[in-house]
Design a protein around this ligand. Structure first.
Ligand code: GLC
Ligand code: MG
Length: 683
């Protein structure tokens, strides 16, 4: 430290400060300077009367506190300081207000499960990597490029847990292990890592309702182990008389007698799939831990199987017969009873909401939302399906599977399609997100149920409706059901009544990758189910080379769905429907570009929309399922579609349709587009 004395004042200088600004000021300089005068008066008021000394000094870095304080009170320092202070305060408040306004005005961003279709893989049939004729996890890892090619970000894989395979994996022996047929836990980890590296999300099948009869819990329960005896649903009975008239989804009584306990256990599905007892808190805890186990591993969501059957009535009373006059002994299928006591019981949603809450804990990291999909088909009681959406205050399922479009092949008309679409949208709670399923491992393939002529238009419907589409593997190339002879039947449901066509094998045949041996699915001599003989022409490789193929169109639609704002989050308005066509439009407030979709589910037809004032006279075909029509100009007074043709037309709207037709329009969350700033806002 060095010090310097000026009129007896010691000025301490910081050692490491180069005091370039320091020099003595002569008296004249101090007097001439108006501010310096202020300084003098301020200083002379100082308690020790040593103010004059300071006028000798100009401010410099490192000057002592006392001197600094005196300078800082001078108007020329104080004023700018105060101005700056207020300016910063006002700016900060303005920024906070702006942030709050922007947040309040922004519509919610779409999450990954909303912006991408979901692709369902049936792992036995997707790709066999080890030559045993059955698909496996490594096979899926090998084929991820196909999913990327389709511009799909979310894959749901049907079960691959350790299983005796009585119901091909829906009978789980160990919820924390992988079946050797599909690979190992390392294979699973590698698949998940590969998917995450590519930005893909993995949705697991979770089967809470039942386990396999080979599950350790069931062995212990059957033998009456103190802790496990109530893990399943047991009732007194004898070997010939079940406790009541309840029947299994797969046919016959849903009770099986066990000699060890001299009791029957309940199974909603096969006798090898005993139902868990969710009234036992230990069972609930165990199942929640399993949910956590896979979340911890990093899976991105669950498709929860057969959830409506999770609880049964405790009183075990007979279910009412659909036909009260039917002789009770002849009842052996689910369609002959009203399921008042074996489905949708009180308490079911609490169980699901607990799992949802668990999933929320793991959804907090940005971009790691864990999706819940629930499987429950409630037929004409659609309000029961809607309950899985939860309430405005309690979250539950994000995607309660919408199976109503599965009825499209039986209602194959334009009006039929509109009816099924509006059935969902009209019943869905406000603000929820719709979803659409046109095929899965339990239902015939579209090309077979609706007919080959309609696969393209059904894919177009699926990808142009508002909400999340689910595509069953193979539908993107238009695969067809295989013929399975009686001696080839693998599915237990098919074995129950072999002539009834209830077998699900036909829609589970191996994926058709190429025209090579076994369609490129496997190197084995025999595949677990036969291949469809059309694989020589209907396969991924061939369709990739053909710009007019079902595959090329699926991909183009998937890309459009992502790229075009009106398609992925705009309004959907019903424009017209009749025996042949279903016409709707997709538009966004604030955006001139809009789309008119005309889908033909009947025969060749010409649609006249000249009375729809909001449509321009002419529109451009952005995409047709008949490639030769792409780019064509269409007059709104005569929109021709061939049998099974889908047209996606683009136009520029000067007057939007939705404001004048509120009752014919739907939007999940209203948003407007501000072109000048290229942003969306709530409106
Ligand atoms: C679901 C599955 C079906 C399975 C059943 C029993 O409905 O989709 O394939 O057989 O549950 O787990
Ligand atoms: Mg159950």
């Amino acid at each position: 430290m060095s010090s310097r004395s000026a009129n007896g004042i010691n000025v301490e200088l910081g050692e490491c400060i180069n005091n370039t600004g320091f020099h003595e000021v002569d008296k004249t300089e101090g007097v001439v300077d108006g501010d310096a005068e202020n300084t003098i008066s301020a200083v002379s008021g100082s308690p020790n009367g040593e103010g004059d000394a300071y006028t000798q000094i100009k401010p410099y870095a490192g000057m002592p506190k006392e001197v600094l304080l005196l300078y800082s009170q001078q108007a020329r320092y104080r004023l700018p300081r105060e101005i700056l202070f207020w300016l910063i305060l006002v700016c900060t408040l303005a920024l906070v207000a702006l942030t709050i306004t922007v947040i309040a005005l922004s519509p919610a961003c779409l999450s990954w499960w909303q912006s991408s279709p979901v692709y369902q893989i049936y792992p036995r049939s997707f790709k066999d990597s080890d030559g045993d004729g059955v698909g496996d996890l490594k096979g899926i890892t090998e084929q991820l490029e196909h999913i990327e090619f389709l511009n799909i970000k979310a894959i749901w894989i049907s079960p691959f847990y350790k299983s005796p395979m009585k119901d091909f994996g829906y009978d789980v022996e160990d919820f924390r292990d992988i079946d050797p047929l599909f690979g190992t836990m390392q294979d699973f980890d590698a698949l998940l890592a590969a998917m995450h590296d590519k930005g893909l999300k993995l949705i697991m099948d979770f089967i809470p309702n039942h386990t396999s009869d080979k599950h350790q819990w069931f062995n212990l329960s059957r033998s009456g182990h103190e802790h496990y005896k109530d893990y399943y649903i047991w009732a007194d009975c004898n070997s010939t008389h079940p406790p009541n008239n309840w029947v299994s989804v797969f046919g016959n009584t849903s009770w099986t007698y066990v000699e060890d306990r001299k009791q029957c256990y309940y199974h909603q599905f096969l006798k090898e799939q005993p139902d868990l007892n969710f009234r036992n808190p230990h069972v609930r805890r165990e199942m929640t831990e399993i949910v956590r186990f896979w979340l911890e591993k990093g899976v991105d969501g669950f498709r929860m199987d057969a959830v409506k059957h999770i609880l049964e009535a405790k009183h075990l009373r007979n279910e009412p017969q659909v036909n009260p006059l039917q002789s009770p002994e002849t009842i052996d299928t689910e369609f002959e009873l009203h399921h008042d006591y074996t489905a949708s019981q009180l308490g079911l949603h609490d169980i699901l909401r607990d799992w949802r809450a668990e999933m929320e804990v793991y959804s907090r990291e940005p971009g790691r939302y864990r999706v819940m999909i629930t499987e429950s088909y409630d037929y004409e009681e659609i309000e029961k399906t809607m309950m899985y959406y939860g309430t405005p205050n309690v979250k539950e399922s994000d995607i309660p599977f919408n199976f109503y479009l599965l009825d499209l092949p039986r209602n194959l008309t334009g009006a039929g399609a509109q009816g099924l679409v509006s059935l969902w949208l009209a019943n869905m709670p406000e603000g929820k997100w719709p979803n659409w399923v046109v095929g899965n491992h339990d239902k015939p393939r579209i090309s077979s149920s609706a007919g080959l002529d309609y696969i393209r238009v059904i894919n177009m419907l699926l990808l142009t409706l508002p909400g999340t589409p689910t595509t069953y593997y193979g539908e993107e190339i238009g695969m067809e059901n295989i013929n399975v002879t009686l001696d080839q039947i693998q599915d237990p449901f098919g074995q129950f009544n072999p002539v009834s066509n209830s077998s699900r094998d036909p829609q589970r045949s191996p994926m058709q990758w190429s025209a090579g041996p076994n369609a490129g699915f496997s190197d084995a001599n025999n595949t677990w189910l036969p291949l469809h003989p059309n694989y020589t022409t209907v396969n991924v490789e061939a369709q990739q080379k053909d710009s007019g193929s079902v595959l090329a169109q699926y991909r183009a639609l998937s890309n459009l769905r992502e790229a075009e704002l009106p398609l992925h989050r705009g309004w959907m308005c019903y424009v017209r429907s009749n025996t042949d066509v279903f016409a709707f439009l997709r538009e966004m407030d604030g955006l001139d570009k809009a789309f008119l979709v005309v889908l033909n589910f009947g025969e060749d037809s010409v649609l006249d929309l000249s009375d729809v004032e909001e449509l321009p006279e002419r529109m451009t075909v952005r995409m047709s399922t008949k490639q030769e029509n792409d780019g064509r100009q269409v007059e709104k007074s005569s929109i021709a579609t061939a049998r099974g043709e889908g047209l996606l037309m683009e136009y520029y709207a000067h007057v939007r349709f939705n404001p004048g037709h509120a009752s014919r329009c739907f939007v999940s969350e209203k948003a407007c587009y501000l072109g000048a700033l290229d942003i969306l806002y709530k409106c």
